[in-house]
Design a protein around this ligand. Structure first.
Ligand SMILES: [Zn+2]
Length: 262
C-alpha cells in the first residue's frame, strides 16, 4: 500500500501543510501531556476532566486551547488566579516545531511521516511520565508497537524493513537487559527494565544504521540525564534520552535523503 503527497511541488500547499503540522503538533502535545499526567496519577486518561491543580476547578474548552489559552490567560488559572507552570506551553511549542520540522525534512506527506509524528507524540508522553514518576507506562509501549505494525503494512520494503528492525531490536534490547542486570547485581538493587523494553520497541523502526545513531545520541544524553537526576536527587529517567536519540536518528535519515547522500 502506498500513498504519498510531495511537499515541494506546490510550495503554497507545502507551506500550508507545514503550518498545519505545527498546529497539530501543539494540539497533540496538549493531549499527550495531559494523558501522561493522568497516567502517572492513576486517573482515567480517556474520560477524566482536566482541572486546575491548585483550586481543582474543572477547565472549560476555552481554557484548553493549546498555546492560545496560556497566552490569553497570561499563564494563570481563570478561576483562582494561581500561576500555571509554563511546562505544557513549552512542550506544545516544541512538539509543534518537531512536527513541522519532521514534515519539512521528510518532504512528503505519506504513511511513514504520519507514523513518525505519532511516534514523536508518544515519545513526548512517555518521557514526561518517566520524568515525573520514574516509570515508563506499558500502555505507551503497546501504542508504539501498534504504530510499528501499521507502519510495516504501509512499507514497500516490508520484508527488509521488518527483518532489519527485529535484528536492531534484539541486539540493542539484549545488550541493555544484560547491562541492566549487571548494574543491578553490582549495586545490589532492583533495576527497572523499562528503558530496555522501550529501546526494544523503538529499534524496530530504525534498522541497523538508524539504531547506531540513536544509541550514540542516547548514550551521550543518557549520561547528562543521569547527572541531572542525581543533582536534583530524583528518580533517574532514561526515557527522554532514548526518545531524543530515536528522534535524532529519524531526522538524520531524512536529512541525508533530502541532501541526496543516502
Ligand atoms: Zn485554579
Amino acid at each position: 500500500m502506498d500513498f504519498s503527497y510531495p511537499l515541494y511541488e506546490m510550495p503554497v500547499v507545502g507551506i500550508y501543510l507545514i503550518v498545519m503540522a505545527f498546529l497539530f503538533g501543539a494540539i497533540f502535545a496538549s493531549f499527550i501531556t495531559c494523558t501522561a499526567w493522568r497516567v502517572v496519577r492513576g486517573e482515567d486518561w480517556m474520560l477524566g476532566h482536566s482541572h486546575c491543580d491548585t483550586c481543582g476547578h474543572e477547565l472549560s474548552t476555552a481554557d484548553l486551547f493549546p498555546i492560545i489559552s496560556y497566552i490569553a490567560l497570561k499563564g494563570k488559572c481563570r478561576y483562582c488566579g494561581s500561576k500555571v507552570p509554563p511546562r505544557d506551553l513549552i512542550f506544545e511549542i516544541l512538539l509543534g516545531l518537531l512536527f513541522a520540522g519532521t514534515l519539512a525534512i521528510h518532504g512528503s506527506v505519506d504513511a511513514i511521516v504520519v507514523a513518525s509524528l505519532a511516534l514523536e507524540m508518544l515519545l513526548l508522553g512517555l518521557s514526561l511520565a518517566d520524568w515525573d514518576s520514574g516509570v515508563i507506562p506499558n500502555g505507551f509501549l503497546v501504542a508504539i508497537l501498534v504504530v510499528w505494525i501499521l507502519t510495516v503494512g504501509f512499507r514497500n520494503d516490508i520484508q527488509r524493513y521488518a527483518i532489519e528492525g527485529l535484528i536492531a531490536s534484539a541486539v540493542v534490547g539484549l545488550v541493555m537487559i544484560i547491562v541492566t542486570a549487571i548494574i543491578g547485581k553490582v549495586k545490589k538493587t532492583k533495576m527497572s527494565y523499562g528503558p530496555a523494553k522501550l529501546a526494544m520497541c523503538l529499534m524496530l523502526f530504525l534498522g541497523i544504521k538508524g539504531a547506531c545513531i540513536a544509541v550514540g545520541v542516547a548514550l551521550v544524553l543518557g549520561v547528562i540525564f543521569v547527572l541531572v537526576c542525581r543533582s536534583k536527587k530524583r528518580k533517574i529517567a532514561l526515557a527522554p534520552a532514548i526518545s531524543l536519540g530515536v528522534i535524532a536518528a529519524f531526522i538524520a535519515k531524512d536529512a541525508l535523503l533530502l541532501l541526496g547522500i543516502a
